[in-house]
Design a protein around this ligand. Structure first.
Ligand code: CIZ
Length: 301
């Protein structure tokens, strides 16, 4: 493995590339990355860097987001087949049809959407700022929120706003069941329970905190607690252990493994740098519209 790591480092320099890895990536992929984080954090860090090439280790919509924010850089994905089933649950056509049934509604969409869907939105949001974005829409008569019904439910409860939601969900997060949380609490009674807002409503209701991956990292660092039950994709536990060696982390369910996030490995990163493949580039017309929805979110959050 050391040889592979050295080859990647050498080629990364030659290509003037930066490697970014989502918090759900395999440990060895997180270790080789220049930046780890959530999708928006990574796209923004990559945009600020002086690198000409962004190697995006995550899923497809994340590489698209990097391309939206860095049109002058080359974004490559080590495995472009790493899709996001949640993002794929709504198409631009579906959203246009939903908007036509609610012509007065303001549309808000989770970052887990394709660039084409983002181009149809008024506001983009992440799991850490969905509540803030919705709270800011005081004058909106109606609000469409797509595609995650559990994030919609959580944001609706927090803001007291009724949301017109979509029947989308993350197949990995729904594997975490209320009984997993109850069992974990029985085994680790002193641990704080942190659930991702993509978890089912009954799971989020059992948590001490409902947080995105980025906010979980911040919370754990500041918390005086020493043990945590983590209800999200298991990859985050590796990062939490690494950043907080004096604290203990227990995944709520070992079944919460996203097969798409695990498609990227060191060999594929090396090949992607050798062949400069596979490039992800968002068409200019779509990019400009999608960027507006992202900027509208940034202006609020
Ligand atoms: O924005 C991201 O990266 C996602 C999808 C979740 C999170 O909480 O990091």
């Amino acid at each position: 493995m050391q040889k592979l790591v050295e080859e990647i480092q050498k080629l990364k320099k030659e290509r003037n590339a930066v490697i970014v890895a989502h918090n759900y990536q395999l440990p060895e992929v997180q270790d080789i990355a220049d930046f780890r984080g959530d999708s928006l954090e990574l796209s923004r860090m990559a945009a600020k860097s002086h690198a000409r090439v962004i190697v995006f280790c995550g899923v497809y919509f994340m590489a698209e987001t990097a391309s939206i924010l860095s049109p002058d850089k080359t974004v490559i994905m080590p495995d472009p087949a790493a899709g996001c089933p949640l993002a794929n649950m709504i198409s631009a056509e579906d959203l246009r049809e939903l908007k036509s049934r609610h012509p007065k509604a303001v549309s808000v969409g989770y970052v887990n959407t394709s660039a084409e869907v983002k181009a149809e939105l008024d506001y983009c949001c992440t799991s850490s700022n969905a509540v803030k974005v919705i709270s800011s829409l005081k004058d909106a008569e109606e609000i469409i929120f797509i595609p995650d019904k559990y994030l919609a439910d959580y944001a609706s409860k927090k803001t007291g706003r009724r949301l017109i939601s979509w029947d989308g969900y993350c197949p990995t997060h729904v594997k975490i069941l209320p009984e997993d949380i109850i069992r974990s609490i029985r085994l680790h009674p002193k641990a704080k329970v942190i659930a991702h807002p993509e978890c089912a409503t009954e799971v989020a209701a059992l948590a001490d905190e409902v947080l995105s991956t980025g906010k979980t990292c911040e919370y754990v660092k500041k918390s005086e607690a020493k043990e945590f039950i983590i209800a999200t994709e298991v990859g985050l536990v590796y990062r939490l252990h690494k950043d907080n060696p004096d604290k203990k982390f227990y995944p709520a369910s070992e079944l919460a493994v996203c097969p798409n996030m695990k498609r990227t490995n060191l060999e594929k990163i090396l090949w992607s740098l050798e062949e400069m493949k596979t490039e992800v580039r968002v068409a200019e017309e779509i990019r400009k519209k999608a960027k507006k929805a992202i900027e509208a979110m940034v202006a609020i959050a």
